[in-house]
Design a protein around this ligand. Structure first.
Ligand SMILES: Cc1ncc(COP(=O)(O)O)c(C=O)c1O
Length: 385
């Protein structure tokens, strides 16, 4: 048996090495420089938006996006409950209150009908809604077809948490281009990585200019250090941007490999009664997804604990889905609109290793591990060739 299999390990080649070395040798080691400019231009072009701002994390990008659409004390922001903590934390940083909305059971993304209902309920009750946040969960765009027009009618800005979504599309439109602004993450486990980093993207150049100002300590244009606003130290370094440029040039190949991995899981695991690939069952089409993580729902007789525990014992990293925000102790007192869908997914699905660097043998090792963990609860088990 070979080494540990990670959930989503960085996939780096000599190209990354070459560009980082080039940046280092150029002398641009500061948090600004030509690689940052080039990375911003290339990401904006890829997504089809007017501009981009490279930042130290996706969380920083969310924070600045929310500040720029006016989130703050006395306001609320609607956030999907099934997400990583950073989506809700960024709202809290601004002083606004997150309100959680449940999932579409088929893919875990926010339930569009429930979201619009929640917006109207909150408005009727007199709440001041600063923004709605969608999350492109596990690399699949939220279903924006109804959300976009409904928010436009109600003049509420959409902030897209596209941290997991770079390279995904929905109806031909790229993740990161649906809202007033979107946040991308390049942390170590994302589809492309700068080891740590993020980006704010938008068609609104004024919004980006103000976010840029805030991200560099909000230093005013004066001969000395003059500040009229509270700023942050949120910029990305030129060295890390070089890594990002190399990764971006390989994005399509990495998406293709992640899709092959999903196909392999689907072929071997969905023959087991009760096992489905999230976002593939119920007639859903996942061809626009970037396949960042492949998640599978499990038969009722078992639990994610059992499968994750078994795989971990085999030195294979697998994870529970995000524990919904409305169940998190830190958010217990907050408002939420809940159908039970995200909780059911949390209690019935697991995320499997999906990194583009995995070999077919690695994927087979994972499949064997999953099947073994199901052996006691599903009989007879189909065999894996
Ligand atoms: C949905 C989601 N939002 C936000 C973030 C935060 O990104 P970062 O880790 O770059 O701050 C992540 C990833 O970590 C994420 O998965």
């Amino acid at each position: 048996m070979s080494g540990r299999i990670h959930l989503s390990k960085p996939d780096v080649t000599e190209l990354e090495e070459r560009l980082v070395l080039e940046a280092l040798r150029s002398g641009w080691v500061a948090p600004l420089g030509p690689m940052v400019d080039r990375f911003e231009t290339e990401v904006a072009e890829r997504i089809g938006v007017a501009g981009a701002l490279a930042l130290s994390s996706g969380t920083a990008a969310l924070h600045l996006a929310l500040l720029d659409v006016g989130a703050g004390p006395g306001k609320v922001v609607l956030v999907p409950s099934m997400t990583f903590a950073a989506s809700a934390n960024a709202v809290v940083y601004t002083g606004a209150e997150p309100v959680f909305v449940d999932s579409d059971p088929r893919d875990g993304n926010v339930d569009p009908g429930l979201l619009i209902e929640a917006v109207d309920t909150l408005r009727r009750e007199g709440h001041d809604i600063a923004a709605v946040m969608t999350v492109d969960l596990f690399g699949r765009c939220a279903d924006h077809s109804d959300i976009g027009p409904a928010l436009q009618d109600r003049e509420i800005p959409l902030v897209e948490d596209a941290a997991e979504g770079l390279g995904a599309t929905r109806d031909g439109q790229a993740a990161g281009s649906f809202g007033r602004a979107a946040a991308l993450s390049f942390n170590g486990n994302k589809i492309i990585t700068t080891s740590g980093g993020g980006m704010l993207v938008s068609d609104d150049l004024d919004l980006l200019a103000h976010a840029r100002h805030l991200s560099t300590q909000a230093r005013d244009n004066a001969p000395w250090y003059e500040h009229t606003e509270i700023g942050y130290n949120y910029r990305l370094s030129n060295l890390l941007a070089a890594l990002g440029i190399a990764q971006l040039s390989r994005l399509d190949a990495m998406i293709m490999r992640r899709r092959q991995i999903r196909d392999r899981y689907a072929a071997a695991l969905t023959t087991v009664p009760g096992v489905e690939v999230l976002a593939r069952a119920d007639g859903l089409d996942d061809r626009g997804d970037n396949h960042w993580l492949t998640c599978v729902t499990l038969p009722e007789a078992t639990s994610p604990d059992r499968v994750v525990g078994h795989l971990n014992a085999l030195d294979i990293e697998a994870r529970h889905l995000w524990k919904p925000m409305h169940l998190q102790p830190v958010h217990r007192s907050r408002r939420s609109f809940i159908t039970g869908a995200s909780e059911r997914l949390f209690r019935s699905a697991v995320a499997l290793p999906s990194g583009s660097g995995l070999s077919d043998d690695d994927v087979d090792r994972v499949i064997d591990g999953v099947l073994e963990s199901l052996r006691a609860v599903v009989a007879p088990l189909p065999s894996h060739a």
